[in-house]
Design a protein around this ligand. Sequence first.
Ligand code: URA
Length: 448
Amino acid sequence: MSDFNPVRLIATKRDGEALAPSDLKDLVEAYTNGSVPDYQMSAFLMAAYINGLSDGEAAALTEAMLHSGTHIDLSDVPGIKVGKHSTGGVGDKVSPILVPVVASCGVPVAKLSGRGLGHTGGTLDKLESIPGFRTSLSVEEYRRQIEELGLVLAGQTGDVAPADKKIYALRDVTATVDSIPLIAASIMSKKLAEGNDALVLDVKCGRGAFMKTEPEARSLAETMTAIGARHDVPATAVLTNMDVPLGRTVGNWPEMVEVIECLRGEHTDTRLMMIVRALAGEMIALGGKAESASAGREQAQQALNSGAALERFRQFVEAQGGDPRLIDDPSARPDSDSIAVVRAPEGAKGYVDDLDALAIGHAAVGLGAGRRTKEEEVDPVAGLSDLKKPGDPIAPGEALAHLHTQSPEAVERAQEAVRDAYTFADTPPDRAAPVHARYSAEGWTQLG
Ligand code: URA
């Protein structure tokens, strides 16, 4: 690292020129060990955000972040282990439903998850809203749990991709999140380190996602699967809709309550469960337990119907220190009651026509469900529940959403923002399919 000069690297990217793999490796190493400060890394990230990174640079950045820490070796754990990652959305509670479903179908799943980023929630924050739940596991605990239970969902365990952990937190507060190469490198550095043999990537597309358009989402899917292929980890990407929040809750504990309802078969949003089944089908097929994704989807539904998935979820919560009694009675969490309601305005006759996921994501952050600075703590109970969704009948004065927060001063603003996120019409809307397309080594298949 003798002639390493961060100012030169920043200037090179600022001027739209390409960096060598060794430049990116030096920069990532120096930022991880603290010799490059946040302000220089922020400048680099903004230059990369504006001018982009080539496929080669994105692969080199992934490589540098992957090698900043441990690569967990699960090769001695029996079975084809299949990981999953979502590019992030609003109300995206798919992982804690999906992972026990897939594990109960005999496919081990080891997953390193992230925290909320920008307006999107993170699985770690959601799981930690279960009192006692631990997401910070040692590599040994992570390995033991995948062997004993067939599933583990943890934070960036031990020393896995520490560079991504630092860079991810910095991107969150420097408006440098929604960049295809930065997202691809961030996700794949963690996914390649977590020890799975194959991957399913939920690439969210729409106004509540980082990728707003289908061409951008397709490009991200192709970039990530290409990085997987370079490391002999076959990946299937599924493009799913993120124009409207997923499910009827947004926020950490509110979403965990909905997760439990879905695992009990009491879901009230069929689109959410269509995405769960689509991803489960792919994972069960990649894990060698079903002939095809469609046979995998049927197995997933059986695991939900029989209660096997709910039972696996209960074991998982207990294994990671969470209070399993809340699974039987989520209302037993004393601080989680709604403190305000958002009501439909006078003109709201007919049906909910649309609900803007991005506006709802920001409203949830305003209530305390996400972070505005990287030091901020999230409020585990903050968020929205009982959201009315497009297609639901509505009358003036009816509840559109219930608000939860420990910051009552945030309520008025959130009420206004949530009301403004809705539109209404006389007839039910035509809605885009929840699952759009899939991408694998064979190319693209249109699904909806
Ligand atoms: N999820 C990640 O892990 N990283 C990103 O950059 C975006 C979503």
